[in-house]
Write a protein that binds this ligand. Structure first.
Ligand code: DAK
Length: 260
């Protein structure tokens, strides 16, 4: 698929996906979401890619939300399928077998914040601004925002963010746990690439199973989640990478993982 709305770059096991509609602050329409779905599917299958970073083109926005002009022309059934498309793509990102880092370089509003929340790790530039402004448009969040926000920050804060449509700066977003780190704008991508490289150097199967344990465990009670961890711990003992990691430690050398 020829990409019109995204830029995909791959280097040393790290894929950088740039949402590329800067004239409308990278707003999400159906074409863009379909491209994003195709790229996510491709990266999932790409054995060379260990970590994915998602960012926005330009210096102003990560993603300023769903494309309001595009949504204004939708009838209720089209709105439902647009919502389902976004939810499907964001769930694919959340469930990818490799870690996904959101490099939030500017506005992350509505669908933009929802996209960032579907990623595993959020890193913000000092210029980033977060919010769920849907109620200002007479809408509710439609790409999983009501659910993911209340799982990431506490439910009271999630409700405040959803009810007020207020915007929050990067420092506040970090304080409430929405982002992990805040870095100067010009350092954002390198910071994310540095983290991606550290993750890419670890045992890929172990990283994958760690993600699975956290994601699946969040929907279980603690006893079941702990049992899941034990199962995955047993599973990781079947891998060549587990042997390699432990041998490398004992032999005082760097491990050479094979993703097997
Ligand atoms: N959609 C379309 N165009 C947008 C946009 C958006 N979300 N955000 C910005 N733009 C466009 C602006 O219209 C403007 O275009 P021109 O006028 O130059 O043609 C250009 O980007 C630059 O924006 P501004 O001139 O407004 O730039 P400022 O710096 O003055 O303001 C801003 C930046 C981010 C504060 C402002 O643009 C803004 O408030 N944007 C809208 C933010 C927003 O409300 N986002 C949430 C969208 S709602 C659902 C599915 C999905 C959703 C809900 C339901 N179902 C189907 C049920 C999700 C909803 C949303 O995400």
């Amino acid at each position: 698929m020829e990409l019109q709305n995204l830029i995909l770059e791959k280097e040393d096991g790290i894929a950088l996906v740039t949402i590329n509609r800067p004239k409308v602050l990278n707003a999400l329409n159906a074409d863009l979401l379909k491209e994003l779905e195709a790229v996510v599917d491709e990266l999932e299958q790409d054995g060379e890619v260990r970590v994915v970073i998602i960012t926005g083109a330009g210096d102003k926005a990560f993603v300023a939300g769903a494309d309001i002009a595009f949504m204004s022309g939708l009838n209720p059934l089209e709105a439902k399928s647009f919502s389902q498309l976004g939810q499907r793509v964001f769930s694919k990102i959340e469930n990818m077998s490799k870690p996904v880092i959101a490099a939030v370089n500017g506005f992350a509003l509505g669908g933009g914040n929802e996209l960032a929340m579907a990623c595993d790790i959020r890193i913000a530039s000092e210029k980033a601004r977060f919010g769920q402004p849907e109620v200002q448009l007479g809408l509710i969040a439609g790409f999983g925002g009501t659910q993911r926000l209340s799982r990431i920050v506490n439910p009271g804060l999630a409700k405040e963010i959803l009810f007020t449509a207020d915007q929050y700066d990067a420092e506040t977003a970090q304080k409430i746990g929405l982002v992990n780190h805040v870095v100067p704008a010009e350092e954002l991508i390198n910071f994310c690439k540095g983290m991606a490289r550290r993750i890419a150097a670890r045992g890929p199967v172990a990283v994958r199973l760690s993600k699975e344990a956290v994601n699946q465990g969040l929907d279980m009670d603690l006893d079941k989640a702990i049992a899941l961890e034990a199962d995955l711990f047993g599973l990781v003992f079947t891998t060549a990478d587990r042997k390699e990691g432990i041998s490398a430690f004992l032999e005082k050398r760097k491990p050479a993982f094979t993703n097997k």
